[in-house]
Every structure is written in C-alpha cells, then in structure tokens.
Design a binder for this molecule. Structure first.
Ligand code: PLP
Length: 384
C-alpha cells in the first residue's frame, strides 16, 4: 500500500491505494465470490475471513479507498444508500429524538416519517439552512442524531456543516451527513465536524449507473460504529461481491468525472440563468444562490454536478421540457457520466416540498455545448 497521507486524493482513487493482488501480482483485484472460508485445524480463522455476510474480502479495497478519501477511521459498504442511511437510524434506541432536513432525499424522508416513527424514533424535520431553528430544535440529552444532506436533493440547499456540528455536539447528539451530491471530491464532512458520512454509492462514487450500493464512513472507531457493523452483519444489508468490484472500478475515475460534471453544471447553470423560459436556476455555484457563501467555504474545487431549473409555465411546461430533451435522458438517479433530467415532484408524490415546476438535472461529462443546446431547444419547444 502507498503512503496515502502524502498523496493527492485523486492519486489515491486512481490507483485504488496502490493495492495489488498478493497471490498473482495483478493490478486489478480478482472478484471474490466464495461465500465461506476454510477453518484452520485448530478451529481458528487465520485468514481473517469466515463468512461472506460478515467479512467479504471484496469490500476491503473499496472501503479502504473511501475511508482514505474521507479521512475517516473506518468505512463500510451496504447494499444501497438507503440501507446505509436506515442502519444509522436503526442503531439508535426507541424514544430517541432525531432531527433531519425537510429538504432531503425523498425516500429517506418518507421512511423516517412512516417507518422510523413506527419503530419509536421521534423525528423532527427542519429547514437545515437555518441554524437558529436547529439550535432551538435540539434537546440536550434527548436528541441523539442530527442528520443533514448538503447540497440537498432536489433544491440543493446548503447546510453549514461546522455550525450544525457545533449545535449537535453541544446537545450531545451525533452529527451525520449525506454527502452523496458532493462526493469526497468536493466536501470532506469529517473535517467540518461530522461523526458519520453517508453516500449513495450508486451515484458519483460508482458513476456509471450500473449498480446500487451505499457507504458509511466514521470519524471514530467507537462503540456506535461497532453497533452499526453488527447491524450490517446481522440484518444482512451487505453488498454483493460483483457490485463491490464494480464500485472500486468506478471510484478510480471519481475525480475526473466529478470535476468534469461540476464544470458542466456550472457552465449550464450560468447559461440557463439568462434563458427566457427559465424562472430560476438552483445551483450552489451561482453567486445569487442563497447558500453560495457557505458552499464556497466548505466545498473545494467546485459545487457539484447537480442543479435544478424552475420552468416558466409551471408543471406542464416543465414536463414538456423534459419530454423534448434528446441528449438529456429522462430518468431518475444522478451522478453518472450521462446527463439525466427529471420532473421531481411527480416522482416524490403529493406530500413533496419540491415545487411542481422544478426539473432536476444531473450533468454528466458530455460536451457542455451539446448539453446546453439540447436543453435550450427543449425549453423553446415546451414554451411554444
Ligand atoms: N441519498 C441521496 C442524496 C440520494 O440521491 C439517494 C438516491 O437517489 C439516496 C440517498 C438513496 O440511495 P440508494 O438509491 O443507493 O439507496
């Protein structure tokens, strides 16, 4: 293994921490598929591996790379981003109070309100751009977790991580960040006071829209982390070996992909801000965006590949715009090399806080002019 502390994170990712397969000297690791491992005659497991649900060697390299990129004390892969996130909440105890954002990945919001509450957590949703409201909401001794997402899907609200961490810790709560949209390329939440970082690895970490995976990274290898590890093993929320291998392959190109997508998103957000068919562009990189100053402080090297537009003419015009796009593919998800466009409110259902005229855009790594011309043509066709 190379000394990753001296290397730029882009080098760490591209070389997968410099790992080689000891048995064959292969640069790219084999795909481990065995579900079980030989026990020694003296009953020990000297290989360190017993059973695939407990300690799959396919996880070791991607977990070590992600941990190095986030600057953590440990990382764990899960079967999906939702599995990673829900494990954090389920590691708490019935009766615990948790605070989460009003604007967040909708399925997690739905799960919190419909399942976590049934299990006994007291869930409070807040505007996480407002630290005064957060300070008022936390209850010392009772609030066990403050969960934020920044930039937050789908309006890209920015939470001040250092400020929120201070409030959470003063109340004795853990502070967890869904950093899916930023990726470790653009934000390292542990450096801003987070205790846990969560990723839907389905998105930027993999980057090719061909697997589902989730990940957690911890600041401390403590009792809480041990409990999360035990929950992963015993609930069986584990990733498959092939997906872990694909994820590692995707992570090697994380830096150039994210930088390219972020440059495209910024150029598109600026260009579309002047378009007569667009009422508003939501992108943390725009100086006019409410969270821009905080984003500029805590994000490094760009503002991400995600942005949204609010289309003049309301919901019908937004849906028509998506319908006329050709290069932008009408599909859910984000963080792949191909650009995706989505009418979010119709995915999220009637209780969504997402405005009906909003289109969410995941900028890929295609040519920025091709992407801009396609969107402009679609907007014009929809306004006719
Ligand atoms: N968090 C964010 C910000 C997401 O966008 C998503 C999925 O879209 C998730 C979590 C859930 O991840 P997964 O689909 O991998 O379960």
């Amino acid at each position: 293994m190379s000394d990753e502390k001296r290397l730029d994170p882009a080098t760490v990712a591209a070389q997968g921490l410099g790992w080689i397969d000891e048995a064959t000297r292969a640069i790219i690791p084999p795909i481990h598929v065995s579900s079980t491992y030989l026990r020694d005659p003296d009953n020990a497991y000297s290989s360190g591996h017993m059973y695939i649900r407990a300690d799959n060697p396919a996880f070791e390299q991607p977990e070590a790379v992600l941990n190095a990129l986030e600057g953590g004390a440990g990382a764990m892969l899960f079967s999906s981003g939702m599995a990673a996130a829900t494990t954090v909440f389920l590691s708490l105890k019935p009766g615990d109070h948790v605070v989460a954002p009003k604007i967040m990945y909708w399925a997690l919001r739905h799960w919190l309100l419909n399942f976590a509450t049934g299990w006994g957590l007291e869930v409070e949703l807040l505007d996480m751009t407002d630290l005064v409201a957060l300070a008022r909401a936390v209850r010392p001794g009772k609030t066990k977790l403050v969960w934020v997402e920044t930039p937050a899907n789908p309006t890209w609200d920015i939470t001040d991580l250092a400020g929120a961490a201070r409030i959470a810790h003063a109340a004795g709560a853990r502070f967890a960040v869904d950093s899916t949209a930023a990726s470790p390329v653009l934000t390292r939440p542990l450096e801003h006071g987070a205790d846990l970082v969560m990723h839907s690895a389905t998105k930027y970490l993999n980057g090719h829209s061909d697997l589902i995976a989730g990940a957690l990274v911890t600041r401390a290898d403590d009792d809480h982390w041990a409990r999360i590890r035990l929950m992963r093993v015993q609930s069986g929320n584990v990733l498959g070996s092939f997906e872990a291998w694909l994820l590692m392959r995707g992570m090697r190109t994380l830096f150039p992909r994210v930088r390219s997508a972020a440059a495209n998103a910024r150029a598109l957000a600026e260009r579309l801000s002047a378009h007569p068919g667009v009422a508003q562009v939501l992108y943390p990189g725009l100086k006019s965006f409410a969270g821009h100053a905080v984003a500029a402080r805590q994000m490094t090297g760009g503002f991400g590949g995600m942005f949204s537009i609010r289309v003049k003419g309301g919901e019908a015009a937004a849906i028509a715009t998506a319908a006329h796009a050709k290069i932008w593919k009408r599909a859910t998800s984000l963080g792949g090399v191909e650009s995706l466009i989505e009418h979010r409110a119709s995915i999220e259902g009637p209780t969504t806080p997402c405005p009906p005229d909003l289109l969410r855009l995941s900028a890929g790594i295609e040519d920025a002019d091709d992407l801009a011309r396609d969107l402009e043509a679609a907007l014009e066709a929809a306004q006719r």
